[in-house]
Design a protein around this ligand. Structure first.
Ligand code: FAD
Ligand code: SIN
Length: 514
């Protein structure tokens, strides 16, 4: 390998340029940082697609304690209470930081933040921008701020492929970009690579988000946490294709109801009805569809002609797919949406590998538990980025040491062959048979040098953790173990442990085949 070691001006390397990555870079200014952006800056990732907004206790009768209580309730007993307190306390100030950076939030007639309601929130506390264009506005403002900050060097079209670890510490990474394969020497690396939706057949995430950060961390030996907890959004637009457009929960927050093709409002008797926690609504829709019914979101009475002004992005997506949301019910289906799990981090965003921090959706901070409360992830990215920046600032740098070049640069990943395997095994409902069936093929691919090796490694940790969790909790629903545990516990898994789980079951699979 002809590794060119890029000269860095000291400082951290941040992998990913969504909300979490850009906020980390801005929080570290004027310290020099290098940000790697796989796609064109501001053109890729989940942040761009966010509709609903950011949860923060800003209403006159609201409080961070009430926000924390709703987060804990939605998380179904698995949240880390200290993390919940930390993030919900910091949320109102984080909104002010974003506003100072130039984010133009929607305001009411008095100039106060316009606050929306989403599922499982007992107060209106969702701060938004552009009606349903919150993510677009966040990225517009932060890209502008980052480009105007001299300490931030952005390498566009550059993808991190491997972390280099020596003596159990991060000492650099290998990346691929327009100039070919390069190696960067760095003793402080931040993973901010977003979600895993691209590992599924049906996801609201862009297909380009397929857990690259989890693969980087897992291959470097870092522990992952709660990876079996995957959120399925109840209401993606029911159209063909890999990334169905989202129909925001805020539409239900405005009073839209769920019906089937007979017009029955099937959530009416569930506590919270359409605004019950997301896992409950997603399962109800999933089961109705499995029974051969179609499910619709009916916003005619609640919004009618107001739909297009309150939700311009969703209205446009509906119209593009032949649905007029003002006058007809919108066909919907659940789709993978968010990963509660990720790289295990402490309160400062430190992973279990020295020199490696993680923030945004790629991190498992303990905030979300078994089911994320709506609109808690953008706020987690902002608050988590600031915590990572403070931690990096107070960590002394080691003597710069050029890492040894890797023998073989890893090739670009391709998750396509993993999608059917993971979708069958770790969907809305799981059982031992479907999980076990995925373990051996995923382990074999994860050990290979195929383009699917890294996606397989991430999928394997998810399937192994889901297989090991023999009960149902939040978004993890086991058909064969429907009971809830008395004392829910968070999970941790490494890639080696996931491989060992698969290997331990291999003789059973072989014996069954014989
Ligand atoms: P991202 O924004 O996904 O950014 C990750 C970046 O890393 C991308 O630019 C990607 O290209 C880059 N990258 C990945 N791998 C590499 C690599 N190897 N090298 C270099 N770069 C790499 N949450 C809310 O709180 N409120 C909402 O209203 C909301 N709405 C949503 C709507 C949709 C349709 C979706 C999909 C999600 C929504 N979420 C919402 C969730 C939220 O948007 C995400 O959790 C959040 O934006 C994640 O931010 P991030 O910075 O961690 O990742
Ligand atoms: C939505 O707008 O429904 C998505 C909000 C979220 O994922 O937090």
């Amino acid at each position: 390998m002809n590794a060119e070691f890029l000269p860095l001006r000291g400082g951290a390397v941040i992998i990913g340029a969504g909300l979490a990555g850009l906020m980390t870079a801005l929080e570290l200014a004027p310290r020099p940082v290098v940000v790697l952006s796989k796609g064109p800056l501001g053109g890729e990732g989940s942040t761009l697609l966010a509709q609903g907004g950011l949860a923060a206790a800003l209403g006159a009768t609201d409080s961070p304690q009430a926000h924390a209580a709703d987060t804990l309730r939605a998380g179904d007993g698995l949240c880390d209470p200290a993390a919940v307190e930390f993030f919900t306390d910091a949320a109102p100030a984080a909104i002010e930081i974003l506003a100072r950076l130039g984010v133009r939030f929607d305001r009411d007639a008095n100039g106060a933040y316009a606050l929306g309601l989403e599922a499982a929130h007992r107060s209106a506390r969702i701060v938004r921008a552009g009606g349903d264009g919150s993510g677009r506005e966040l990225m517009r403002a932060l890209v502008e701020a980052a480009r105007a900050t001299p300490s931030i060097a952005i390498l566009e079209g550059v993808e991190a492929r491997r972390l280099i670890v020596e003596e159990s510490k991060i000492c650099g990474l290998v990346a691929s970009g327009p100039a070919g394969v390069v190696s960067l020497a760095a003793d402080k690396v931040v993973i901010a690579t977003g979600g895993i939706g691209g590992l599924f057949e049906d996801s609201t995430n862009p297909p380009t988000s397929f857990g690259q950060g989890l693969a980087l961390a897992a291959r470097a030996g870092a522990a992952l946490a709660d990876v079996e907890f995957i959120q399925f959004h109840p209401t993606a637009l029911d159209v063909a294709g890999l990334s169905p457009p989202l129909v925001s929960e805020a539409v239900r927050g405005e009073g839209a109801i769920l019906i089937d093709e007979t017009g029955e409002r099937f959530m009416a008797d569930t506590p919270g009805a359409e605004l019950a926690p997301r896992d409950i609504v997603a399962r109800a829709i999933w089961r109705r569809r499995a029974a051969g019914r179609r499910v619709y979101l009916d916003a005619r009475a609640a919004l009618g002609a107001r739909f297009a002004t309150r939700f311009p992005t969703i209205a446009a997506a509906c119209v593009a797919n032949g649905v007029d949301p003002a006058h007809e019910p919108i066909p919907v289906r659940p789709a993978q949406h968010y990963h509660m799990g990720g790289v295990a981090v402490d309160a400062e965003g430190r992973s279990s590998v020295a020199g490696l921090w993680v923030c945004g959706e790629a991190a498992a901070t303990g905030l979300h538990g078994a089911n994320r409360l709506a609109s808690n992830s953008l706020i987690e990215a902002v608050v988590g980025a600031a915590a990572v920046a403070r931690s990096i600032e107070t960590t002394s740098s080691r003597e710069a040491k050029l890492p040894r070049a890797l023998n073989r640069p890893p090739s670009a990943s391709d998750p396509r062959s993993i999608r059917p395997l993971l979708s069958r095994a770790a969907g809305v409902e799981r059982d031992a048979a479907s999980l076990r069936a995925a373990l051996a093929p995923l382990a074999a691919l994860a050990r290979s040098t195929a383009p699917s090796a890294d996606p397989a490694a991430v999928a394997l940790t998810i399937v192994a953790a889901a297989f090991r969790r023999e009960h149902s909790l939040g978004a993890h629903f086991r058909l064969d173990f429907p009971q809830r545990p008395a004392a829910p516990r968070r999970s941790r898994i490494t890639l080696d442990e996931a491989l060992a789980t698969a290997d331990a079951l291999a003789p059973v699979a072989l014996a069954k085949r014989a």
